[in-house]
Design a binder for this molecule. Structure first.
Ligand code: PGA
Length: 258
């Protein structure tokens, strides 16, 4: 057994929150600054709010900030895009790459994902590589091959020595968002086992319809290092409730302090 591992709890706000709302969320984190023991917490605002959240969080509040996307090129004629260096400059240390909504609505492919993963590491950012199978792939029983393929291709431009910089989020498309369905733990356990043993990445998170009721059971699935949450964490009290569930599980539910 090595060093005790941290449990990750993070949220992407997607296309939500004004600056005032983002700052209010940050203020809630500051007020709960003692709650993060054993937890690697992160929030991923829209690009417009990254700097405001960074400025609102003093250095002793251990919450990482991410970006929901960034381009792979360091600069250039890419109207509407921001670079890895720009989001790092604004205060992000993580960058979400390849979320299923980006793949579905904005044409992200495994090729652009791989370019972004490479660029993120080059910029000193932690890539949060999102993968997950659509419902039809799950229905055909092909989810493990699908997800392993996405990860393999997403990591394909990295040197072996950089794989440990990457955090993978397994987010089955059928589980995400308003139309999503909560998973049963046995549905995701085989995928988590593949991801946590096969790729040498730093951590593997689960995302898709996570909430306060199912969080503890999901965190107990072998191979899961944490949870990546949307709707059920957009209110700071709800986010902190999930942080507390993760912190408590380290001491009582999971003696290996995974
Ligand atoms: P959800 O979103 O928790 O609202 O299902 C998850 C995600 O998209 O990461």
């Amino acid at each position: 057994m090595g060093r005790a591992r941290m449990t990750w709890i993070g949220t992407s706000w997607k296309m939500n929150k004004t600056l005032a709302e983002a700052r209010a969320f940050a203020d809630g984190l500051v007020a709960a600054r003692g709650a993060f023991d054993g937890v690697t917490a992160f929030v991923i605002p829209a690009h417009t709010a990254i700097a405001a959240v960074r400025e609102r969080l003093p250095p002793d509040v251990p919450v990482l900030i991410g970006a929901q996307n960034a381009h792979w090129a360091p600069a250039g004629a890419y109207t509407g895009e921001v670079s890895m260096g720009m989001v790092a400059d604004a205060g992000a240390t993580l960058v979400e790459i390849g979320h299923s909504e980006r793949r579905e609505h904005f044409g992200e492919t495994d090729d652009t994902v791989a370019l972004k993963v490479e660029a993120a590491v080059a910029a000193g950012l932690t890539p949060l590589l999102c993968v997950g199978e659509p419902g039809a792939v799950r229905a055909a029983g092909r989810e493990i091959d699908w997800v392993a393929g996405q990860v393999t291709r997403g990591l394909s431009r990295l040197a072996a020595g950089d794989l440990h910089e990457v955090v993978v989020a397994y987010e089955p498309v059928w589980a995400i968002g308003e139309r999503g369905r909560e998973p049963v733990t046995y549905e995701i356990a085989p995928v988590m086992e593949t991801l946590s043993t096969g790729f040498g990445v730093r951590a593997v998170l689960y995302g898709g319809s996570v909430n306060r009721r199912n969080a503890a059971a999901l965190l107990d699935v072998p191979g899961i290092d944490g949870l990546f949450v949307g709707r059920a964490a957009w209110d700071v009290a709800d986010f902190l409730a999930l942080v507390r569930i993760a912190a408590a599980g380290r001491h009582v539910g999971r003696p290996d302090a995974r």
